[in-house]
Design a protein around this ligand. Structure first.
Ligand SMILES: NC(=O)c1ccc[n+]([C@@H]2O[C@H](COP(=O)([O-])OP(=O)(O)OC[C@H]3O[C@@H](n4cnc5c(N)ncnc54)[C@H](OP(=O)(O)O)[C@@H]3O)[C@@H](O)[C@H]2O)c1
Length: 255
């Protein structure tokens, strides 16, 4: 295990949405492994809180206030990363958002755009900027955070399901295009994780019980449950794996 984690030492890792929830947990694991971690998010106060919490634990991160679907902001971030540290070796496309919507057939066009823009277009924009840098460095790993929603319609989450399905196809298309460049592109598809994102569901005891009854392992995930799959796909153990999706769902998709 130690030898496996050792290989992340000195690697430059960008975790989008690393200021909270799953992205923060992933960032902390890379920090523990001795990687140089860069995080980004829209809100400076969230970034600062993460910087302070990491500092208390003895870690330092670089942080950028960036909306991942604003290409000029993303370009600026990569220019600065190149100047500061030469580039990145590992990209974790973790940002995701959802707004409960009535149904896809009646959803407002602006809401559709917002959900698709942040989840799908943002992942494309960040990857597009990262790829030439990884090519220059002789390869890299991209891990996209999807969801089981990509493969199963969920009530009130139709547009998010479509965006995540798009991310899984983006993963496969990029994996195919980049296979000769030694850039592996894979995804991790979790079921519900206890973060702010899904708080409306798990904070209600009745709803939580109902959700847990659909999960063979009988509980929702903690952020740490998802990290193993992300680290594996970011490592040399996964050098011959590309275009794959690892489901991390306590058996939910078996039902
Ligand atoms: N939680 C779940 O139940 C669950 C289940 C399956 C999959 N997922 C996926 O897991 C990933 C992480 O979710 P989470 O639960 O950790 O979410 P979260 O707690 O809401 O954290 C989201 C992070 O992304 C940042 N962010 C949001 N929009 C952004 C944007 N447009 N540009 C840059 N940063 C942005 C947030 O910071 P700011 O707000 O400051 O921007 C925050 O750091 C997402 O892809 C989500 O779809 C989550």
């Amino acid at each position: 295990m130690d030898a496996f984690l050792e290989e992340f030492k000195g690697k430059n890792v960008l975790v989008t949405g690393g200021s909270r929830g799953l992205g923060k947990e992933i960032s902390e694991w890379f920090l523990k492994c001795g990687s140089s971690v860069i995080i980004c998010g829209r809100k400076q106060d969230n970034l600062q809180k993460a910087i302070d919490e990491f500092k208390e634990k003895g870690y330092e991160v670089s942080a950028y206030q960036v909306h991942i679907a604003r290409s000029e902001q993303v370009k600026g971030m990569f220019e600065s990363i190149k100047d500061q540290s030469g580039g990145i070796d590992i990209l974790i496309n973790n940002v995701g958002m959802n707004i409960l919507t009535p149904s896809v057939s009646s959803v407002d066009e602006a809401l559709w755009d917002k959900i698709i823009e942040t989840n799908l277009k943002g992942t494309f924009i960040v990857s597009k900027e990262a790829i030439p840098i990884m090519k220059e460095r002789g390869g890299g790993k991209i891990v996209n955070i999807s969801s089981i929603a990509a493969r199963r319609p969920a009530p009130g989450m139709g547009v998010y399901c479509i965006a995540k399905a798009g991310i899984e196809m983006l993963t496969k298309v990029l994996a195919f295009e980049l296979a000769k460049e030694k850039i592996n592109v894979n995804a991790v598809a979790p079921a519900m994780i206890r973060t702010r994102f899904s708080m409306p569901f798990w904070s209600d005891e009745g709803m939580l019980k109902e959700i847990e009854s659909t999960i063979p392992m009988g509980r929702i995930a903690e952020p740490g449950d998802v990290v193993g799959a992300v680290l594996f796909l970011s490592s040399s153990l996964a050098d011959f794996i590309t275009g794959e999706v690892i489901t991390v769902d306590g058996g939910s998709m078996l039902k």
